[in-house]
Ligand binder design. Sequence first.
Ligand SMILES: [Zn+2]
Length: 437
Amino acid sequence: MKYVFTNASLLDGRLNEKQKMPVQEHMSITVDGEKITGIYRDGEAPEEGYTKVDLKGRYLMPGLINMHVHTIGRGEAPKPVTGKVDYKAIFSALTATEEKKQQTLQMILGILKMHLYSGVTTLRTVGGLKDLDGVARDMIAEGKAEGPRVLSCNTAISVPGGHMAGSVATESASVADALKDLDAIIASKVDWIKLMITGGVMDASAEGEPGVLRMPPEMVKAVCDKAHALGYRVCAHVESPEGVRVALENGVDTIEHGAKLDQHMIDLFRERKAAHICTISPAAPYALMPDSMTHSGEIGQKNGGIVMHGIIDCARACLDNGIPVGLGTDAACNFITPYDMWRELDYFVKYDKVSHDFALHTATQVNAQILHMDDTIGTVEPGKCADFLVTDYNPLDDFAAMRQPAMVVTKGRIIDKPVIDRLPDVDKALDELRAGI
Ligand SMILES: [Zn+2]
């Protein structure tokens, strides 16, 4: 199909020399198949042979890119728990039989569709059940299901007792095991490799524990070396300064979450050309909501606070030192839905004190650059893929304008007024958190 989108208020994803993303009013964008073919002032675009879509002044921007997604749930509010939750048992049940696996695949496809409907046209999954994220990626790419462009890590690599070990990650007990597991993961067709280097908020049992180093440095190095030799890049779950240092010294390409940095780590980021992926969404509810809602307990809340400040500080230090910072939501964690990426941009503005322009630029062009895909996605320019998010209001005034997209365009295909399957209790809790209630 050939479309001409007219009367657009264009936000093209790029920043000018003043670090602004000016609204370009009264613009027309032509699309042929999956590609953007031209950008014109209204009235100057070709119309012959094109289906005209009048945007009536609505805001058109690049589709968002979410760097940190899990597909194992919809981000429901947690229920009160007594004792430790056995994630391993819960998640292995989801792929226990072929029938269960098929049901789980359908659940994953439903979740991925919500990401797309919310304006996320590309995402990276960073730890999932067996090869199912990759299977879903291929079904979407082949047009058998509706969803965003997916880059998948499939199963992550962890160690016995490590973060998400045995659920969305392996339990690799030695370097030799980890390399064997890496071979199996690569054989399952992946785009990136994910490591779980430190503990996390959800599996911590003592104050300060989310940052405990779980994976030995020699395992990080062996996996990164082999992955790099085979042409894969590596992202890693890290929630302590020691974890950041071990990750960067041994070859990790993107630090997920992060922690407070010292000069040595900043130098390592630069030398390694590594990037930080800022994820405030999973930490904020744990740190800031009352225990009656999070059921995280005193330790969980304190750990949430430690992690949240580590993430915010890490992003700020990287930005101050010219190190790329991307954005991801950690969707599927409690309170992180598949339709809420705008909240991460909102947190980025609030806590890392960036401008709205910079946050939108980060969620589009910068994320594309970190993925090494900025030649095809991340901006609205001729030759790029026709992935758009269209909103009724200017998101640079308030990112909540993205809450209900007027339209999403994925590879040149239009989804008009996408219907999002919401979790009203989660929306309400996050809106109250945002309003400071
Ligand atoms: Zn995660």
